[in-house]
Design a protein around this ligand. Sequence first.
Ligand SMILES: [Zn+2]
Length: 267
Amino acid sequence: MGRWIEVGDRAWVRRHAELDLSLGLVVGDRACLVIDTGAHEAQGAEFAAAIRELTGLPWSVVLTHSHFDHSFGTAAFGECPVWAHPACRADLAETGEAQRSVWAERYREQGRPQEAERIAAARLVLPGRLVGGTADIDLGGRLVRLAHPGPGHSGHDLVAHVPDSALLFAGDLVEQGAPPSFGDAFPSAWPAALDQVLGYGARTVVPGHGEPVDTAFVERQRAELAEVAELCRAAGAGEIAVAEALARSPYPEDFTREALGRAAATA
Ligand SMILES: [Zn+2]
């Protein structure tokens, strides 16, 4: 079950204890936009029902990226426009089944068979409205701008900017309550993606996991990611040992190790 936090005029975040996940909703005069759909159809259905308590307007969905916890609930929203970066669609098509088996297995190992079964049963929906750069979604009386600020947490992150409320849904490009996740990241490009995000001028930024934050938080995370990017560069160039990179990193060892691996793979 989730709980709502209001983050602006007719804009909300649905917070979940599981994975500290944050899903978004922006409502206009004629339509609403759903930002990410949760880890499986049951979570998507609970989210959809909660939205229907706030508005009866037709919805469209935007997926910030392809990771299961953001995209596997989409089928619960039925026939509707689903926006995403073209590489998000490609990645869901390519890795969706692997994500399903890895995460279902992980939840089984944790002694949580119901969660595992829900992930195993989720019908994957491939986005049909593709945006590689920017796209404005007219909700009636207000616009939401979708934008790809470059590779960062994944190769295809999309953010949803609501200019009339100085509000931005950042997906996992920003993470509160835990270090950023590097499993599919582009560590050397991530700081520049956050420069783009900061350039949109939002005052409230909603991360994909954790509580809404202000721009000072995003600036700090950008500085930490720049430190990690520099450590990855220096380690990759042989200027410092891996052990030194791990010791100097602002993030825990396992996160930094993953960043080093991804930096080498994406160089
Ligand atoms: Zn993610």
